[in-house]
Design a protein around this ligand. Structure first.
Ligand code: FPP
Length: 258
């Protein structure tokens, strides 16, 4: 088992859960069977992250682009989401996990939206860990939505164009409510970001693994964190000089990111 230094945990772990389809197909099963096993892996990783003391976990559960998948697969994923939002209720409550969601949630079927909001409401006061599901999410779409929010404020006269800075844009990005990503994990062998958390992962450490998502275990998570802890994060500065050389702005970023 990989040894993790719990005093230097990434504060925000984000995961691109890829490989469900291949996991199923390699066993001669329908892709939906892979998603079902993927949901088991979600439960295992949620537990492991909570046990370790990771404050924020964000999971890419359904992208904007996933709407172009076959209707039967989309329906199966929505059904699975609905089932999990009911079956995991006690687990979240017992472990004081706050459920959060980002993305164009209004595009989800009403039954999924209502279950999602019910569980978000039921867990809203918890501080053990925040688990965010990215649903109907796209990083570019989120930036477009933020630009529209700011443009409307300029039109209404409550914001000057010159007042649009990184802080103003960030304040309009729901994905930044939980702060920047420290560790971004992608399973399934591909090495790309696929429109996930584009702003928040600007200084994230990336960890790619060939493991398919249904095979990703608590020990896999420990290995990813261990790899993260072996890296030096420089945020564009020189080695070993982060704190001494940091400007106020970058120091703020460091403090949030470390
Ligand atoms: C990518 O694998 C995975 C998805 C598009 C869906 C993720 C869903 C789950 C992990 C299960 C349910 C989750 C929750 C939160 C209830 P893929 O299908 O693209 O795999 P492939 O690349 O092998 O085809």
């Amino acid at each position: 088992m990989a040894l993790v230094d719990v005093s230097r945990l990434p504060q925000h772990v984000a995961i691109i859960m890829d490989g469900n389809g291949r996991w199923a197909q390699s066993r001669g099963k329908p892709r939906t069977a892979g998603h079902e096993r993927g949901a088991d892996a979600v439960r295992a990783i949620m537990r492991a992250a909570r046990r370790l003391g990771i404050p924020t976990l964000t999971l890419y559960a359904f992208s904007e682009q996933n709407w172009d998948r076959p209707r039967a697969e989309i329906n199966a994923l929505v059904d699975l989401l609905c089932d999990c939002l009911v079956s995991e209720r006690d687990e979240l409550i017992d472990n004081e996990i706050r459920l959060n969601a980002i993305g164009r949630l209004h595009k989800l079927p009403t039954r999924a939206q209502s279950k999602l909001h019910a569980l978000m409401d039921a867990t809203a006061s918890f501080g053990g860990m925040t688990m965010t599901l990215a649903l109907s999410y796209g990083g570019r779409e989120e930036l477009v939505d933020a630009a529209r929010v700011l443009a409307r404020r300029v039109r209404e006269g409550s914001l000057e164009p010159d007042e649009i800075d990184q802080a103003a844009l960030e304040a309009s990005l729901p994905s930044m409510d939980c702060g920047p990503v420290d560790l971004l994990i992608r399973t399934g062998g591909e090495q790309r970001i696929s429109n996930f958390l584009l702003w928040g992962s600007a200084y994230a450490e990336f960890y790619f693994t060939d493991e398919l998502w249904p095979d990703f275990s608590a020990n896999s998570l420990y290995c990813a964190i261990r790899a993260y802890q072996e890296r030096e994060r420089r945020f564009g500065l020189v080695p070993g000089a982060q704190h001494a050389a940091a400007t106020n702005e970058s120091r703020d970023e460091l403090e949030r990111a470390i």
